[in-house]
Design a protein around this ligand. Structure first.
Ligand SMILES: *Cc1c(COP(=O)(O)O)cnc(C)c1O
Length: 378
């Protein structure tokens, strides 16, 4: 039998390894110069909009909601077709999560559904760039502005994507990235919050580091002594170490090559599967130039589970992204019911992510295509 093909996997080069070992031999393992360097390297990929590096994509969401001031009694409108962290990180601040339905074709938050879901209590509208394809960010910007809410973009899938020629990171009030091993670039675990607002960035930086205030001009008791630092609002320790930031800076140099390779593989799957009557290949809007994180095939006729089992049986590590977030028992226990977002539920029932990562070979992709075709007898 052939080797097991994962659905996603990191690409680590000799240069990446050299960058990490250089930091390990140096003075700073954490909170040193590699962090600031990674943050400024990141900004080169977000149209210059500044970044705050944190320990994961989940931490980035928790920090971003904190920066937005999300708390008890606030509402956050978001898509159910996402990893649960998009919602959980806001729920942990005491927010009520309001799920709005997705567009049937892209799987992204539907602006009309988001508009119907906002209330006076909406603090954040949180879109997700599903599979790497940016959400309808112009329309969602209007929805957020009209509601007096902030627009957050969970861009865990979409660093390197553009919408109407503008890079992800320039489009929302707060953009969050994940650098988990299977994402478009990796620091093993890691993430970042990006914002054009100096106020939101300050709040994000404070929450990342216990809310500590070191600037004497801002302290309540500046004359306490040279050692003094004080906390004005609670925070946590979400600091991404220099060791991992060095890996991130090195990976960023390869980001455009990753994007090209992912696009080639995506096109190869499209070409190999578009004539199969029982599947739908992914949709792309004219405004979007995605960094494809996933290849979300849709399987018609109720055969998704059978195809999943068939491909897994052949050592092909397909995945399903995602179970609607409110199907998780934690939301069910809060009274969220199935049927809430029919488009997202239909999308979930059909979705199967094929292996997609920069080091996947053409022959690996052809093996996946052949296995799908033979399942359908074509
Ligand atoms: C991966 C992911 C996250 C969480 O990122 P981690 O780095 O794994 O904590 C959040 N949202 C989405 C859409 C993701 O895919």
């Amino acid at each position: 039998m052939s080797e097991f093909l994962p659905y996603g996997r990191q690409s680590v080069s000799d240069e990446d390894i050299a960058a990490v070992t250089e930091v390990l031999r140096g003075d700073w393992l954490t909170t040193g110069p590699a962090v600031t360097r990674f943050e400024s390297d990141l900004a080169e990929h977000t149209g210059g909009v500044p970044a705050v590096a944190v320990t994961s994509g989940t931490a980035a969401l928790h920090v971003a909601y904190a920066a937005a001031g999300v708390g008890n009694g606030d509402e956050v409108v978001t898509s159910p077709l996402t990893f649960v962290a998009t919602a959980a990180a806001a729920a942990l601040h005491g927010a009520k999560i309001v799920f709005a339905d997705t567009e049937p074709d892209t799987g992204n938050l539907d602006p009309a559904a988001a508009r119907a879901a906002v209330t006076k209590r909406t603090r954040v509208v949180a879109a997700v760039d599903y599979a790497g394809h940016p959400a309808e960010l112009d329309a969602l910007r209007d929805v957020a502005d009209e509601a007096g809410a902030l627009l957050l973009e969970d861009a865990a899938h979409s660093i390197g994507s553009t919408w109407r020629g503008k890079p992800v990171g320039t489009l929302a009030d707060l953009t969050t990235f994940s650098f988990f091993a299977t994402k478009n670039l990796t620091t093993a675990e890691g993430g970042a919050v990006v914002s054009p607002s100096a106020r939101l960035l300050d709040r994000a930086r404070a929450f990342r580091n216990h809310g500590l205030v070191r600037d004497r001009d801002s302290q309540r008791h500046p004359d306490e002594g040279g050692w003094h630092q004080e906390v004005h609002a609670f925070g946590l320790n979400y600091r991404l170490p220099d060791v991992l930031c060095a890996l991130g800076s090195s990976q960023l140099r390869r980001l455009s090559a990753f994007k090209r390779r992912r696009a080639e593989l995506h096109a190869r799957y499209d070409a190999g599967l578009k004539d199969v009557a029982d599947v739908l290949t992914p949709m792309r809007r004219a405004e979007a130039d995605p960094m494809w994180h996933l290849y979300p095939l849709r399987v018609l006729g109720g055969r998704r589970k059978a195809l999943y089992d068939h491909l897994r049986g052949q050592g092909i590590g397909v995945q399903v992204n995602y179970i609607p977030a409110y199907w998780h028992p934690v939301f069910a226990d809060l009274g969220y019911r199935r049927g809430l977002c029919p488009n997202a539920e239909t999308y979930y029932s059909q979705e199967l992510s094929l292996p997609l990562f920069a080091d996947l070979t053409d022959s690996d992709a052809d093996r996946v295509i052949d296995a799908v075709r033979s399942f359908f007898g074509v």
